[in-house]
Write a protein that binds this ligand. Structure first.
Ligand code: T5A
Length: 211
């Protein structure tokens, strides 16, 4: 069977990580080879960018354009080193966030002009566009409460979680706009339901790839 490139997107706490793990187990149960990735991450450079942008590792505030370049540099590196070779080898690649995160966090919500942002994103992604993107849609207040519950066990909210309700509302609206513009690639999943119901919905939306 041909390799597929599946991305998960959505606001904070929508349940992407939870669902990706269950999906990978199910695909592997069918004998498929699956690689799980997250953005930023997946390479040493990507993990370094993650630390810089999420945890203010430099101690310096970053504007939206700087974030755009950091995310896209990490993305380009991930595509070249990991994603393209895996797809060429017929593997399934499942990525927790990809180019649409940049469009909504740095563009729709962050204010970077979308024309420029899309060009930089295109350059970073090259031929590796996702085959399908599962947009986990959730009320942003619910998502932030979910991660706040978890953050209290760790070291407090990260720099994105702390940006406030209005920012995250723009993130959600940005995602829904992207999905409406590209219904061929996007599937919108209602993420406010029990985990197993969401998982069944996701499986249904990938059935044409696994049948
Ligand atoms: N970013 C990223 C950009 O600004 N631009 C970019 O280009 C890129 C790539 C990454 C941050 O970087 C930003 C966006 C992000 O802010 P991250 O830690 O990867 O940071 O952030 P998230 O992807 O949002 O990860 P989270 O872990 O915060 O959220 P998830 O993965 O959506 O949710 P998950 O599965 O961890 O679940 C959160 C909590 O909810 C519970 C879980 O048990 C967990 O406690 N949960 C549910 N509860 C009730 N019902 C359900 N159905 C549930 N599913 C999960």
């Amino acid at each position: 069977m041909k390799g597929r490139f599946i991305t998960f997107e959505g606001p904070e706490g929508a349940g992407k990580t939870t669902q990706i793990q269950g999906l990978a187990r199910r695909l592997e149960g069918l004998g498929l080879r699956v690689i799980l990735l997250r953005e930023p991450g997946g390479t040493a450079l990507g993990e370094w960018v993650r630390n810089v942008v999420k945890h203010d590792a430099t101690g310096e505030a970053l504007d939206g354009v700087t974030e755009l370049f950091l995310f896209c540099a990490a993305r380009r590196h991930l595509v070249e080193r990991v994603i393209a070779p895996a797809l060429d080898a017929g593997q399934w690649v499942i990525c927790d966030r990809f180019l649409d995160s940049t469009a909504v966090y740095q563009g729709y919500a962050g204010g970077v002009a979308l024309g420029v942002l899309n060009e930089v994103n295109r350059l970073a992604v090259g031929r590796c566009m996702p085959d399908r993107t599962l947009l986990m849609d959730l009320d942003v207040g619910v998502g932030l409460r979910r991660v706040a519950g978890r953050a209290s066990d760790r070291d407090g909210a990260d720099s994105f979680e702390a940006r406030g309700l209005a920012f995250h509302q723009k993130v959600r609206e940005g995602y829904l706009d992207l999905a409406a513009r590209d219904p061929k690639r996007f599937r919108v999943i209602r993420a406010d339901r029990p985990t197993e119901v969401v998982a069944a919905d996701i499986w249904e939306r990938l059935r044409d790839y696994v049948a």
